[in-house]
Design a protein around this ligand. Structure first.
Ligand SMILES: *[C@@H]1O[C@H](CO)[C@@H](O)[C@H](O)[C@H]1NC(C)=O
Ligand SMILES: *[C@@H]1O[C@H](CO)[C@@H](O)[C@H](O)[C@H]1NC(C)=O
Ligand SMILES: *[C@@H]1O[C@H](CO)[C@@H](O)[C@H](O)[C@H]1NC(C)=O
Length: 504
């Protein structure tokens, strides 16, 4: 069949977790050996009226974006006559501006949404049915759950469930599980985890404490004098169904059903914390369903002491290392590599090609109000399978993306980037790193016409021929929990546009 000349990869993607299944893969293509192809930037909006602190792609190709309600007025009005009246807001008790929008990838248009309580440093995950569940936040939002369900009439908005969490969840992390529940782990001064949904029947009997599970690992990694350094723990669901949790410099394997720590992995070398405010980032590298060998990669962070030093005006150089750990091996050890520049407050995103984009952040200081310096505007592309060189340096954006910035993969293979607001309010003048309300996209080299011609992609023309493909999906729900995923076809290093598929 003609299709055996096609290199196909099947990329599945959900919130914070990506998997790749090479199917008819015959060879590994070299990464971008062409220094003149470094991707390109496009400004989508000078201002969308809010600063993109949090973003989530939904399966109707819209992106829900939000920041926090306690910034004071944003630069986007709610529809006429609509205001949020919130006696517990710390800045504006009556606020007629939006703190959330819905952005449409296809039309580049957006509309304001109404978020009721403070979503600052909240966390979320997408349910198997495509509804976003966002948990916690700050102040009046810290025990709340909000949901957002895509709709086709343009009327959908956030729905708020007050006091739905057992504990305050500020800087917690969430992960969708094989049975469709969401696990919510940690948060500031929370050495425990809970689930969404809880078992409501049991809860009505009044014994809600049954549903809160203590996790001492979060206590022992909590470095109080360093502003904790274990917030927003990194979570990865492993193919064996257990949960990998990384906090500070340490990591464990948790059986969340039995509340048992099954393994503790060696600490990442260097004693440099990787979690907020020493914020690095992590990914699970692409999985090959025919040879499952899960590998976690953690990049960037900030040395111990960086936070108190930054408070005094000393902006210490961030961590330049990445570590890779094969978490199913009997005695795994971290394999360390150096990024071309140190980086804190970065985002890592799996690309349809199986490479990893490292984007946003700075070279000095930490996360936190006014505590970062030295913006790094050039993304990196990391090639996990390459033997000789692993990091390609991309072209720079004109805009720094510091604390409270974000980046996500879009359906068409571009990256959407927004946010950056290291100030307690919206401040546009007389500050380093003014509040950024813009949206940009970054097109990786695989979207460049030059890239196509160098690799002779044009010789591959599906039309007028039609190719039939049989695709083997992920084999278990632990590899791909139920939900909506993007399916990409990759030929000669160039991905197709993603197609939404629902795995049940
Ligand atoms: C936001 O609104 C303020 C106050 O009206 C204005 O000074 C500022 O320039 C606006 N910023 C952007 C990016 O639109
Ligand atoms: C998905 O499930 C949640 C929780 O049961 C529910 O609130 C939401 O409306 C559902 N979404 C859809 C699209 O049915
Ligand atoms: C930021 O803006 C707020 C309110 O608009 C103002 O009170 C504050 O002084 C500004 N901060 C800086 C660093 O300029």
């Amino acid at each position: 069949m003609a299709s055996n000349m096609i290199m196909i990869k099947f990329l599945l993607f959900s919130l914070f977790l990506y998997y790749i299944f090479p199917l008819l893969t015959s060879q590994v293509l070299p990464p971008y050996p062409y220094p003149d192809i470094q991707g390109s930037w496009q400004l989508l909006h000078e201002s969308v009226g809010i600063s993109a602190m949090h973003m989530q792609l939904l399966h109707d190709n819209k992106v829900i974006i939000f920041d926090r309600t306690d910034f004071g007025p944003s630069n986007l009005s709610l529809p006429a006559g609509v205001c949020r009246i919130d006696p517990s807001d710390t800045v504006l008790k009556t606020d007629c501006t939006a703190h959330s929008i819905l952005y449409d990838i296809n039309t580049n248009a957006f509309r304001p949404l109404m978020v009721q309580t403070d979503t600052w440093c909240s966390s979320g995950a997408v349910l198997p049915n495509g509804t976003l569940v966002q948990t916690g936040g700050y102040n009046d939002g810290d025990h709340n759950i909000r949901s957002f369900t895509p709709c086709y009439n343009g009327n959908c908005d956030w729905i708020e469930f007050p006091q739905a969490l057992l504990e305050r969840r500020w800087y917690a992390s969430n992960q969708i599980l094989p049975d469709g529940r969401i696990i919510i782990v940690g948060g500031r001064r929370q050495f425990n985890y809970e689930f969404y949904p809880q078992n409501m029947e049991d809860r009505s009997s009044g014994s809600s404490s049954n549903h809160l599970f203590l996790l001492d690992f979060l206590r022992v990694t909590n470095d109080y004098h360093q502003m904790e350094n274990n917030l927003y723990p990194f979570l990865h669901l492993l193919p064996d169904g257990n949960l990998f949790i990384f906090a500070n410099t340490r990591s464990i394997l948790l059986d969340y059903n039995q509340n048992q720590v099954l393994r503790e992995f060696p600490p990442i070398p260097g004693d440099e914390p990787r979690n907020y405010p020493s914020s690095g980032s992590s990914v699970m590298l692409p999985l090959d369903d025919s040879n499952i060998d899960p590998e976690i990669m953690v990049c960037g962070g900030a040395p111990r002491g960086s936070y108190p030093q930054a408070m005094e005006g000393n902006f210490i150089r961030a961590t330049s290392t990445c570590g890779r750990l094969k978490v199913s091996h009997a005695n795994p050890s971290w394999v360390m590599e150096d990024m071309p520049v140190p980086r804190v407050m970065s985002d890592m995103i799996l690309l349809p090609t199986g490479d990893v984009l490292i984007i946003n952040g700075g070279e000095l200081g930490t996360a936190g109000w006014e505590l970062g310096r030295g913006p790094i505007t050039r993304p990196l592309i990391y090639h996990p399978l390459s033997n000789d060189w692993r990091f390609s340096v991309m072209s720079p954006s004109p805009r720094p993306r510091m604390y409270h910035s974000s980046a996500i993969l879009l359906t068409d293979g571009r990256i959407l980037i927004g946010g950056s607001n290291p100030h307690v309010f919206y401040n546009f003048t007389n500050v380093e790193f003014p509040t950024d309300l813009s949206l940009e996209s970054f097109s990786p080299p695989y979207l460049s016409p030059q890239y196509d011609s160098i690799l002779d992609v044009k010789n591959f023309s599906p039309a007028p021929n039609t190719y039939g493909l049989s695709i083997v999906g992920p084999s278990t729900a632990a590899i791909a929990p139920p939900g909506y995923y993007l399916l990409f076809l990759v030929h000669a290093g160039t991905p197709s546009s993603g197609m939404w598929v629902k795995i049940e």
